[in-house]
Design a protein around this ligand. Structure first.
Ligand code: GCU
Length: 431
């Protein structure tokens, strides 16, 4: 495990190389990659209320237990998010019905989070199949490096935000032409369009820059009460802010007749996979929820302490979760939930968890087990989850209401991953 891996793939500055070996060994001493060393743990039962009473019907789940669990995750882990402001509004900034050599209708939409055009805003890039005749189902995902990196299309507006954090050091780093299309391998735009789906994406840094700035940039300050300077211990961190931004994109979809607001699949990779899960938990308008290699704080069970642990993630990325989550550093057994209950919050909606064989930092088995232990909640709705405690073979997806695959290769998003997501959407959107 290198420092590049946990600070993000964009890091390559020479000065970092000097500290890499030192940090790597320090980190490795503290990381368990051995199944034998997973501690004994017992998971909280999603089907038992905090007062000990059992949950036997879907109705009790939806009316009582689900809100209880959602509230615990909000207060203790991701932080509570505010409702959108009344002045929020969107403007179409560009549209071309014959984009990508006639294959796509491209739209670029600027969404202002308040009435103030000088305040925080996000740019949404949408591609819809040019042949679409009615409202089109879409995949919605945040991107890491700017909308202009998801495809070489020269008409995508260059992001005007800062692009990526540089670890602890904050560097003014603006988008340039040179970075156009540089993340294209992670976005199977042609496959998505040719299978009849749209793709909508937003640069996550538009919503909240990904570094620990004491929440002075991004969307948080817009919601501070008089005298407030940062979120309270149970208020939103950056993951919750990114998820909130995804919901604001759905607010826009509800106003756009070309997009099928009832068939929106939210997809995210890694920290943005954690984000897609929290978005799916907090906003039932996401009809399918997909997490790709989301790991600790995403699909992986925290109590397994395999790969990245709670203390490590809170130390490396102090802005991702709310401050109450610090209580669980090296203290996972005290959590009133584990990540299987986050997956259960999607029920009965379809949810897909994906892992990669070499991505041990994200604990593939812990990711799988979260789906397995969420399954009893799906049963309440007469839905099938992941019936087998054993993981499926590599590259052999399982697709029930909970979907799962572990593919060969590293921490990344590949065409194989996208093929599975498209198959899963076909299955559940019954097209
Ligand atoms: C780091 C971090 C992970 C995260 C990943 C990413 O590796 O430790 O929790 O998922 O970055 O977002 O790329």
């Amino acid at each position: 495990m290198t420092i590049q891996r946990w600070l993000g793939p964009a890091l390559c500055a020479c000065w970092l190389l000097a500290v890499t070996s030192q940090t790597t060994s320090a980190q490795q001493r503290d990381v368990n990659y051995d199944e034998e060393n997973v501690p004994d743990y017992s998971l909280p039962d999603p089907l038992v209320m905090a007062d000990g009473s059992p949950v036997k019907e879907a109705q009790t789940w939806s009316a009582k237990r689900r809100p209880e669990i959602l509230q615990m995750f909000a207060a203790e882990m991701y932080g509570k998010s505010p409702a959108p402001l009344d002045g929020m509004h969107a403007e179409l900034t560009e549209s071309d019905p014959r984009a990508l050599d006639g294959k796509a209708h491209r739209k670029q939409v600027r969404i202002y989070f308040s009435a103030d055009k000088g305040g925080p805003k996000m740019d949404l890039l949408v591609y819809l199949p040019a042949t679409a005749t009615g409202p089109t189902p879409v995949f919605l995902g945040l991107n890491f490096n700017g909308n202009h990196t998801v495809h070489a299309d020269p008409q995508i507006h260059l992001s005007t935000s800062w692009i990526r954090n540089k670890g602890a050091a904050v560097v003014d780093h603006r988008a340039t032409e040179a970075s156009r299309g540089t993340s294209a391998t992670r976005w199977a735009v042609d496959d998505i369009l040719s299978r009849g789906y749209g793709l909508a994406t937003i640069y996550y840094g538009d919503i909240d820059p990904d570094f620990d700035d004491g929440f002075q940039n991004g969307v948080h300050p817009l919601f501070y009460r008089d005298g407030q300077r940062q979120p309270a211990p149970d208020e939103w961190g950056s993951i919750a802010a990114w998820a909130w931004g995804l919901s604001r994109a759905v607010d826009y979809f509800e106003t756009d007749d070309a997009i099928d607001q009832h068939r929106v699949a939210v997809m995210g990779h890694s920290r943005l996979g954690k984000t897609s899960l929290w978005a799916g938990a907090t906003d039932p308008r996401f009809a399918i929820v997909i997490s790709n290699d989301s790991g600790c704080g995403g699909a992986a069970l925290s109590r397994r302490r395999f790969g990245e642990k709670v203390k490590r993630i809170n130390t490396s990325f102090p802005h991702w979760f709310c401050d109450n989550f610090l209580k669980y550093n090296d203290n996972e057994a005290a959590l009133p939930f584990d990540q299987h209950m986050l997956i259960a919050l999607m029920a009965p909606r379809p949810v897909y968890i994906a892992s990669a064989e070499e991505d041990r930092w994200a604990d593939p088995r812990g990711e799988y087990l979260a789906g397995y232990h969420a399954t009893p909640v799906y049963h309440l709705f007469g839905k099938k989850g992941l019936p087998d405690e054993q993981m499926p073979r590599v590259n052999q997806p399982v697709m029930n209401s909970i979907g799962y695959h572990i593919r060969t290769g590293k921490h990344d998003v590949t065409d194989f991953d996208w093929k599975c997501y498209l198959d899963f959407a076909d299955l559940h959107f019954s097209r």
